[in-house]
Design a protein around this ligand. Structure first.
Ligand SMILES: *[C@@H]1O[C@H](CO)[C@@H](O)[C@H](O)[C@H]1NC(C)=O
Ligand SMILES: *[C@@H]1O[C@H](CO)[C@@H](O)[C@H](O)[C@H]1NC(C)=O
Ligand SMILES: *[C@@H]1O[C@H](CO)[C@@H](O)[C@H](O)[C@H]1NC(C)=O
Ligand SMILES: *[C@@H]1O[C@H](CO)[C@@H](O)[C@H](O)[C@H]1NC(C)=O
Ligand SMILES: *[C@@H]1O[C@H](CO)[C@@H](O)[C@H](O)[C@H]1NC(C)=O
Length: 264
C-alpha cells in the first residue's frame, strides 16, 4: 500500500517536471544565412504565463524576449534589431527556438534560452560557431620580363588550408598573404604562384574545413619564351589562358557537423 502510494507520488513529480532543453549544444552558423537556435520546453495549457528570454551568456545582452503573448523588444540589444524571431505558432508545443535572419560574425558565442510558465522555470545553454564560405577566387596575372605571377584572391572565415598542385598533383611552393578584415569578420587571402616554365598547368586548392568547403581552380597556359616585348607577352598569355573550373564541392555538411559536435 505504502509502495503504491510512493509510486503514485513519484509519478506525479516526474510528470510535473519542467524542462528546458537545447537539442543542439553546438550550432554551426554560416554568414549571410539564417540560423535556428533550437530550444524546447515542457508546454503549459496555454501561453498566458509563458515568458521566453534569449540572452547572450557573456554579457546578458537581450537577444529576444516574449511575454504577455507577444514579442517584447524594448530591451533588445540593437545588434539584433529586425533580425530575430520566434516560431509563435509552435510555442504551444514547447518550441522556443530562435531564428536569426542573416548570420554575422558578432552572432558567434554563447546563448541562453530561459523559459518559464505555470509548470516552472528553466534554462538551456548553447554555443554558436561562425563560418563564412570563401568567395569565388579572383585570378590575376602579373608579368614582367623575367617572371609570370598568378594570384588568386578570396574572402572567407576561418583561415583556410591552401595548396597549389602541379601537373602531376605534386605540392608546389607558393606565396600567401592573409589579411584581417575585422569589420565584416572575413579573412582576405592572396595566394600566388610564380611560373618559370613556358607551359604552366597548376591547380589552386582551398579548403575551409569548418564548412567542408573545397575549392579547386586549375590554370593552364603557355606563352612564347622568345618574345621580349612585355605587352606582347601579356596579350599572348591572356589569349591562350584556359581556366578549367573544377566546380568546387561546396558541401555544407552543417547537419552532419552539428551531430558530430553534439556527440563530443
Ligand atoms: C521549432 O519549429 C521550427 C519551425 O517549424 C523548426 O524548424 C524547429 O526544428 C523546431 N524546433 C524544435 C526544437 O522542435
Ligand atoms: C527595422 O525595420 C523597420 C521597419 O522595417 C525600420 O524602420 C528600422 O529602421 C529597422 N531597424 C534596424 C535597426 O534595421
Ligand atoms: C619580376 O617580378 C618578380 C615578382 O613577381 C620579381 O621578383 C622580379 O624582381 C621582377 N623582375 C624584374 C626584372 O622586374
Ligand atoms: C593539367 O593537369 C591536370 C592534372 O594533372 C590534367 O588533368 C589536365 O588534363 C592538364 N591540362 C592540360 C591542358 O594539360
Ligand atoms: C601537400 O602538402 C600538404 C600540407 O602542406 C599535405 O597535407 C599533403 O598531403 C601534401 N600533398 C602531397 C601530394 O604531397
Amino acid at each position: 500500500m505504502l509502495w503504491l502510494f510512493l509510486c503514485v507520488v513519484l509519478g506525479d513529480v516526474l510528470v510535473a517536471t519542467f524542462e528546458v532543453i537545447a537539442p543542439n549544444k553546438h550550432l554551426l552558423a554560416v554568414r549571410g544565412r539564417p540560423a535556428v537556435l533550437g530550444c524546447e520546453f515542457t508546454p503549459g495549457p496555454d501561453l498566458s504565463s509563458l515568458v521566453i528570454t534569449w540572452q547572450r551568456q557573456e554579457d546578458s545582452r537581450v537577444v529576444h524576449s516574449f511575454y504577455y503573448q507577444q514579442d517584447q523588444l524594448d530591451r533588445q540589444c540593437p545588434k539584433y534589431h529586425n533580425r530575430t524571431s520566434l516560431y509563435v505558432s509552435e510555442l504551444h508545443k514547447g518550441n522556443a527556438s530562435l531564428r536569426i535572419a542573416s548570420v554575422e560574425l558578432k552572432d558567434a558565442g554563447w546563448y541562453i534560452c530561459v523559459v518559464s510558465n505555470e509548470k516552472g522555470t528553466g534554462r538551456a545553454l548553447m554555443e554558436v560557431t561562425y563560418g563564412a564560405l570563401y568567395s569565388e577566387p579572383r585570378l590575376s596575372f602579373h608579368v614582367n620580363s623575367s617572371a609570370l605571377k598568378m594570384q588568386f584572391e578570396t574572402e572567407g572565415f576561418p583561415k583556410p588550408e591552401v595548396i597549389w598542385l602541379g601537373e602531376h598533383n605534386q605540392n608546389i611552393s607558393h606565396y600567401m598573404e592573409i589579411h584581417d578584415q575585422t569589420e565584416d569578420g572575413l579573412y582576405l587571402i592572396k595566394s600566388s604562384y610564380e611560373a618559370q616554365k613556358p607551359v604552366v598547368n597548376v591547380t589552386f586548392t582551398l579548403k575551409n574545413h569548418l564548412l567542408n568547403q573545397n575549392l579547386q581552380r586549375t590554370v593552364c597556359l603557355s606563352f612564347d619564351e622568345d618574345t621580349t616585348d612585355h605587352t606582347i607577352i601579356v596579350l599572348a598569355v591572356l589569349s591562350v589562358v584556359c581556366i578549367l573550373l573544377f566546380i568546387g564541392i561546396i558541401g555544407l555538411a552543417v547537419h552532419k557537423q552539428n551531430k558530430q559536435r553534439s556527440s563530443m
